[in-house]
Design a protein around this ligand. Structure first.
Ligand code: PLP
Length: 260
């Protein structure tokens, strides 16, 4: 039976990030994809020019409509935009404990535009982190959630991953793409311990939406019943292929999307 996965995230009209990336990744990973919108953005491969959040109560109404009718095998949460939406999403998901949740704590677009209001970071930690089966911060996001400087080495990455588990996420994948140097390791922390995933840095401009794609592929693998370490390995392999295939696209003149 095909598994059902819901993305709760923002729209990217250029199709590279947000729910558009999520739905492509869901299809590519063989699950049925759905999407509840938290915000519209106006953007292209050069950057984000506008953000238009959906009223929080209507975000919750979309989620409730799906749960009232559809069996969900996993949920992915991406761009949350503001504190009211974080609260509404938490309220709508809380009655459905047992459905795995991948939480990608989207904060800032690669071009520098804020995709999460500064005053929403702590609400995200208090309300959404405890619901997460897997939290997937990059280094700046892990640092912001912990109110600490950004990790510059593996030791700090591991310590921050463990600290985020103590803050309430069941497991945390800290993504090391922002580390200086040739290596780009990710570390998975869970009550079972630490697992490292090694990767060389891919020299490419086509990184728009890589975080969205990884978290969606993770939600798909978890929905299909994978263990977390296996889901991370499979999702990373899928993302690497999508980044490599981006060379076949000709979309915009800026930071291009990946090809699912
Ligand atoms: N736009 C939306 C709606 C997103 O959800 C995200 C990331 O999660 C981005 C833009 C940022 O994409 P990137 O930083 O990969 O360019």
């Amino acid at each position: 039976m095909i598994r059902n996965v819901l993305s709760i995230a923002g729209s990217d009209p250029s199709g590279g990030a947000g729910i558009q990336a999520d739905l492509k990744a869901f299809s590519a990973r063989g699950v049925y994809g759905m999407a509840a919108l938290t915000a519209l953005t106006a953007q292209n491969t050069q950057g984000v020019s506008g953000v238009h959040p959906v009223p929080a109560e209507f975000v919750a109404e979309q989620i409730r409509a799906i749960f009232a009718d559809v069996r969900l095998d996993a949920v992915k949460i991406g761009m949350i935009a503001n504190a009211a939406i974080a609260e509404a999403v938490a309220d709508a998901l809380t009655p459905h404990e047992g459905v795995p949740i991948v939480l990608d704590p989207v904060m800032i677009a690669k071009g520098g535009t804020a995709l999460l209001a500064a005053d929403a970071v702590d609400i995200l930690t208090e309300r959404l982190l405890p619901l997460a089966t897997l939290l997937t911060p990059n280094l700046p996001e892990a640092a912001a959630l912990l109110h600490e400087p950004e990790a510059e080495n593996r030791e700090t990455m591991a310590r921050q991953a463990e600290a985020l588990v103590r803050l309430g996420a069941r497991a945390v994948l800290v993504k090391g793409g922002h580390l200086a140097g040739d290596e780009s390791p990710d570390v998975l922390a869970s009550p079972e311990g630490l697992t490292w995933f090694e990767a060389g840095r891919v020299p490419t401009r086509n990184t728009h939406g890589t975080g969205c794609t990884l978290s969606s592929a993770l939600a798909a693998e978890i929905a299909k019943g994978s263990t977390l370490p296996k889901a991370v390995a499979t999702a990373k392999e899928y993302l690497a292929g999508a980044v490599a295939a981006a060379e076949t696209l000709s979309v915009g003149t800026g930071q291009g999307p990946v090809q699912h």
